[in-house]
Design a protein around this ligand. Structure first.
Ligand SMILES: C[S@@+](CC[C@H](N)C(=O)[O-])C[C@H]1O[C@@H](n2cnc3c(N)ncnc32)[C@H](O)[C@@H]1O
Length: 232
C-alpha cells in the first residue's frame, strides 16, 4: 500500500488532492468510523457563477460509482454507517451498486431549502441522501429527524455546497466522538468543516485543486457560531 503526501494536514484534518479512485486504495482497511459524502449526481451539472461553466468532474460518466463505493466499503470499520447524497434521476444506478457491494439502506434523508430553483415539471426545493449500513451498526442514542432545514451558508465556494450545520447534525448523530470521518468527494470541504467544528478527525479527497485550496482555507478559519448550529 503506497502512502501519499497530503495536500493539507492539521489538527486531525487531512485533505488529499487527487482522484479518489487513486487515493482510497492507499488508505488502510477498516480505518474510518463514518462516511459522509456528496458525489457527482450524473446530471452534467455546470456551476452557475463560474465563468467557464465547467461541468463538475464525474458528473457525466457513472463508471466511478462501483469502484469508489467498493473502496469506501473496504475502508469502513465493521458495523458503521455511510451517508451519501445522490442524483435522483439515477437512483437506480446508485442503489443497485450500493446493494451489490453489501450496503443496506436504513434511512433516507431530505434537506429542505428555503429558496427554490426555477424547475421544469416541479420547482426543486430539496436534496436527498441515503443512510447506508455496513453490517449492523448500533442505533444512535437519540434518533434524529430525517428532515433537515437547509441553512444556507453565507459563503458560496462550490456550486453544490452543503450547509455545515446539517452536516454537523449528521456527524453528531452517527460518528463517535473523536471518530474519523471520510469524504472522498469533498468539494469545498463542508463535511470536513463540520467535523472540525465537532473536534472529529476527517479525511477529504478532491480532484479539483481549486476546491482543495478553498477547503484548506476554510479549515484555517475559526469556528463561526452560525455554522455550528446542530439541527435535530
Ligand atoms: C457534489 S460536489 C461536492 C460538494 C461538497 N459537498 C461541498 O459542500 O462543497 C462533488 C465533488 O466531487 C469532486 N469529484 C468528482 N470526481 C472525483 C473523483 N474521482 N475523486 C475526487 N473528487 C471527485 C468534484 O470535483 C466535486 O467538487
Amino acid at each position: 500500500m503506497n502512502t501519499i503526501k497530503p495536500y493539507y494536514h492539521s489538527a486531525g484534518i487531512t485533505i488529499h488532492h487527487g482522484d479518489c479512485l487513486d487515493v482510497l486504495p492507499t488508505l488502510p482497511s477498516e480505518s474510518v468510523d463514518f462516511v459522509l459524502t456528496d458525489p457527482p449526481y450524473l446530471v452534467g451539472y455546470q456551476g452557475r457563477w463560474d465563468s467557464a461553466r465547467k461541468v463538475i468532474v464525474g458528473d457525466e460518466d457513472p463508471a466511478w460509482i462501483r469502484p469508489a463505493f467498493a473502496e469506501i466499503w473496504r475502508l469502513m470499520k465493521p458495523d458503521t454507517l455511510c451517508v451519501s447524497f445522490y442524483g435522483w434521476p439515477h437512483v437506480d444506478a446508485f442503489l443497485g451498486i450500493w446493494k451489490e457491494i453489501g450496503f443496506r439502506p436504513v434511512s433516507h434523508l431530505a434537506f429542505v431549502k428555503r429558496q427554490w430553483g426555477l424547475g421544469r415539471f416541479t420547482r426543486s426545493g430539496h436534496e436527498t441522501a441515503f443512510l447506508l449500513a455496513k453490517g449492523h451498526p448500533p442505533k444512535p442514542a437519540v434518533a434524529i429527524s430525517d428532515v433537515f432545514d437547509w441553512h444556507r451558508d453565507e459563503t458560496a465556494l462550490h456550486p453544490n455546497q452543503k450547509p455545515v450545520a446539517s452536516m454537523a447534525a449528521i456527524l453528531h448523530a452517527y460518528c463517535p466522538p473523536n471518530g474519523i470521518v471520510l469524504d472522498p468527494f469533498m468539494g469545498s470541504g463542508s463535511t470536513l468543516r463540520a467535523a472540525k467544528n465537532l473536534d472529529m478527525r476527517a479525511i477529504g479527497i478532491e480532484i479539483e485543486e481549486s476546491y482543495c485550496t478553498k477547503a484548506a482555507t476554510r479549515m484555517a478559519q475559526g469556528i463561526l457560531t452560525s455554522l455550528f448550529r446542530i439541527d435535530t
